[in-house]
Design a protein around this ligand. Sequence first.
Ligand code: PBG
Length: 336
Amino acid sequence: MPRPVPVIRPRRLRQSAAMRSLVREHTLRPADLVLPMFVREGDEPRPISSMPGVQQHTLDTLVAAAAEAVERGVGGLMLFGVPEHKDALGSGATDPDGILNRGIARLRAELGDDTLIMADLCLDEFTDHGHCGVLDAAGRVDNDATLDRYAEMAIAQAEAGAHLLGPSGMMDGQIAVIREALDGAGHHDVALYAYTAKYASAFYGPFREAVDSSLQGDRRTYQQDPGNAREALRELELDVAEGADLVMVKPGLPYLDVLAEVAAASPVPVGAYQISGEYAMVEAAAANGWIDRDRAILESLLAFRRAGATTVLTYWASEVAGWFQEGLPEHLREHL
Ligand code: PBG
């Protein structure tokens, strides 16, 4: 039997950089990337050891780093607050002088109206027990009491100048309650970037250090079970019905299947959050010389685009946007 000669040769389209570029379906732009940032009280920025290269900013270093990211063309900034004092209700979240609200106001004042400023809308950074909501007498997260806090927090963030709010607490009904609160206060233009499918994930590990959280217990009674995909579509339907303007899937790489399903079903733009643990894994492997860091970063970001994400939140947003300006070596440029 003569060996069959392939007539159809997919390699033809892979033979040169020019050919690969011609047929590439997905690419990255700086404007696709959103940079999550942390702001703390006090005069000294603090490095986050489990996220090399990421820090808890002071208000001043926050503005400087944000301005640099914006100058490089990132699509927006997502701000998290790290308050000095935490309590059971997360009082700092709704205080106009709380660190997150001050950070929003500073960014808005210094970066002008064209830079999209987003804020994490959740209580876990502000509560002493580390949960995303307030607790009932039995120590469980009280859904509806938490909604009242979220409504207040939304108004504080809108008044501080945020353009988009990112409710990330996975409380039932949170989008409807927040939308109604915003509209009632005249903030019709403030958009909601809903954390729609958010899983109870081990990959949030470094984030606990990032926001000085001492979480008691876990988040499994409100964040989704890693074994489930279907409920992501239910959460999508609810968030869209309640008024979400954009929806997000989180974490990123371990949930690309969910991202693809949500992207296929969603009538609104879909984002992905490449979270702290995903960042830490690549940085740790790269520090050991086990992985080509820059290629791994671009490949992972491209994976989100391929799976259907319009925007990607990533701690590498500013650095990667900078690569576009500098011009990359050929083997990296191919990804852009
Ligand atoms: C909740 C929130 C978390 C993250 C973003 N928003 C933590 C959690 O839900 O446990 C995680 C982000 C990351 O790990 O990079 N405020």
